[in-house]
Design a protein around this ligand. Sequence first.
Ligand SMILES: *Cc1c(COP(=O)(O)O)cnc(C)c1O
Length: 232
Amino acid sequence: MVDAADAQAIAKRIQGIRRHIPQRVRLIAVTKKFSADIIRIDYAAGIRDFGESQVQETIAKQQALTDLDDITWHLIGHLQSNKARKALEQFQWIHSVDSLKLAQRLNTLAQEMGVRPQCCLQVKVVPDPPKYGFDRSELWPALPDVAKLDCLHWAGLMSIPPLGLSAEETRFAFHQAQTLQSEINQKQLPNLKLRELSLGMSGDYQSAIAAGSTMIRLGTALFGARPAANSY
Ligand SMILES: *Cc1c(COP(=O)(O)O)cnc(C)c1O
């Protein structure tokens, strides 16, 4: 449960962050592992964009929030193919399109379901073997095929720098993502005019914004440490 004092503290943090970020930047509240109550508090504080990393967890919360009908839901975690249909039912944005195969699956389903989700290609601008996402070397050859998937609205790139980088290395990684975005746009592939950069989390969103981020994904900066176990 969230009490009134918590609610006030959260609303204050949201206002504080809003004051310090440019208007062009979309603030996504990352509520994974937090309860639907927290989403209500954010909503009352003006937030309409919510980020979640698991399809199942999100469905449970959405069922408790059916009265809040102008929320935009952003999937930011790895999506397994067998959950792709559910994801398209629940989310308007998918930031974590991390393979050509997943993109193709989403495109087929989107056509079938008559939806056109906003999608980001998740890229690894610094090598990070254990993480999901396109390596540069995978991305370039995949792009012509990605461009053909026109039931998806290709909105931008998403990237998460590897853990343990210095502040300077992180800044460099964000700039690399921005450069990659312009390089892709210069190719002028049909359907691939990328406007968005989904970059920046609680620890690094300021440098992400300096590198051109248009969407920051904040959890702990708004809510404090996440519960170890799900509390939704
Ligand atoms: C959890 C998560 C976030 C939020 O992280 P914080 O450090 O709590 O702000 C942002 N993006 C992704 C992809 C995440 O999984």
